[in-house]
Unconditional design. Sequence first.
Length: 246
Amino acid sequence: MTRLRRGRGKLAVDPEELRQIDALHRAGEGLIGGDPYKRHARNSLVPPEPAPWFCVAQASPAHWRRLRRFLLEAPVEIEIGAGDGRFILEWAEQHPDRHFLAFEIRLKHVKRVYAGVVERGLDNLWVCDDDARGVLLNIVPSNTVEVVHLLMPDPWWKKRQARRRLISPYMLDVLAAVLKPGGIFRFETDVEGYPELVDMLVADHPAFIPHNPALAERFRDAPLTSRQRWCEEHGVPVHRRYYTRR
């Protein structure tokens, strides 16, 4: 089990660094694992189709169509960075009338989430091992997603790793494209300064309405991620934000 610990302090906002990160993301750089059409092209962990595991580099045309039908047949929620799946597996089990797509690039965790799907007999949850920034626009129909969950993302403290940070103006463009009007971008973190960074980027984005704390009620019974449970046990505050697609 990964040993969890507190981060380095407060995440500083560097406008020039943000511009550089955004430019990289728009150029298709900074993706974890590189080009999604080459990454995991021969990943032996991916189960045979029609299993609900989607890998861009390996999926057949039939599997692309299968996923698209899945995403159009019911209200859809997406989690980006599902980790060990503790949240999304329980959330999907609680909401059998909804369909879920969980993104996670660490293969050991994707394997664990998929195993949970099989063990629980869930037919409303798919997993994807690609970096969501690189594939969301290609695999998710526009204006269809009701909720995007981004829970406890890695802040990537080191300057040379900052390009891996998920949130940028480009990423908000991507989320705006897949969320339906009225859809929710749910962001939670224990990193000081991260909520203020996202608040600032959202305030500058024409497609989003700023944080609405009243939306917390909708997720009052949401399961906690492993990181959130650790924070709760150690008295570390978790900052929650709920942004709405205009």
